[in-house]
Design a protein around this ligand. Structure first.
Ligand code: DGL
Length: 264
């Protein structure tokens, strides 16, 4: 595969969640050209069926790869990755990095051996999560909670709405009401939208350590692209929406290096 300095890293999510993966990636690779695609026409993925995700995501990514010719694609979405990562990899001829729940580091960290996995409804029911739990956390109790409300709150926050700690607490509280939930000490943010609410989560649940896969994915991207040419200076990233975005997010997006918004 030919890689020029301008070949972008392509980030993909249903909405703004993937910005939580883009942020640590930019910290490691500040000059990498970025195209970030938010499939807001398909949002929210967490309420879609496995069949819908498994057909929609590889088809859309195929079009995006033809259009933007990226050096690498990042599925910055746990729902899409836990359902469709294999389909995407077999359909595309480029490196594809997925985002899967950070159960392994959570198990390494938990003292009580009670771990929460907070994701979308679709992600928390995936066999992929069972397999990670069996492989890396077999001596832990895993409490799963799917919260579409929390996804909406993250979208609202990035669109500039005020999001209260109480609203975040109410969305996540059922996880702590489950059997043994009062002893949960590490929560896996198994949806890329949720690190965008880290401050609110930390205030709502002091004493719980929240972890996500973003920094690990960033290191993986840096490793996979380590021998590739890059521009000598940073450039504005481009964000592409598959439907009209809810609000102009430009001032918020500037913090993530995005300088231009387009529709597909
Ligand atoms: N950000 C996505 C994830 O990591 C999905 C949110 C949604 O569209 O429901 O799972």
């Amino acid at each position: 595969m030919f890689v020029s300095p301008e070949s972008p890293l392509l980030f993909f999510d249903s909405g703004v969640g993937g910005l939580s993966v883009l942020e640590p990636t930019r910290a490691l690779l500040p000059n990498a050209p970025i195209v970030y695609v938010a499939d807001n026409a398909g949002y929210p993925y967490g309420r879609r069926s496995e069949a819908e995700i498994a057909s929609r995501v590889p088809a859309l990514l195929g079009r995006l790869v033809e259009r933007f010719r990226p050096r690498l694609a990042v599925i910055a979405c746990n729902t899409a990755s836990t359902i469709a990562l294999d389909h995407v990899r077999s359909a595309l001829d480029l490196p594809v990095v997925g985002t899967v729940p950070a159960i392994k580091p959570a198990a390494e960290m938990s003292k009580t051996r009670i771990i929460g996995v907070l994701g979308t409804e679709a992600t928390v029911r995936q066999p992929y999560v069972d397999n990670l739990a069996a492989e890396f956390a077999s001596d832990c109790t895993i409490i799963r909670h799917g919260s579409p409300e929390l996804v909406d709150l993250a979208e609202a926050k990035l669109a500039g709405d005020a999001v209260s700690v109480d609203a975040v607490r109410a969305a996540v509280e059922p996880m702590f009401g489950a059997e043994q939930g009062d002893r949960l000490d590490v929560g896996v943010l198994a949806c890329t939208h949720f690190p965008l609410l880290r401050d609110e989560l930390t205030e709502a649940f002091p004493g719980v350590t929240w972890i996500d896969g973003g920094p690990g994915i960033a290191r993986r991207i840096a490793w996979l692209t380590r021998e590739q040419p890059s521009p000598a200076a940073p450039s504005d990233g481009v964000m592409v929406f598959t439907a009209e975005p809810r609000a102009p997010l430009l001032s918020t997006l500037a913090r993530y290096g995005i300088g231009e918004v387009r529709s597909l």
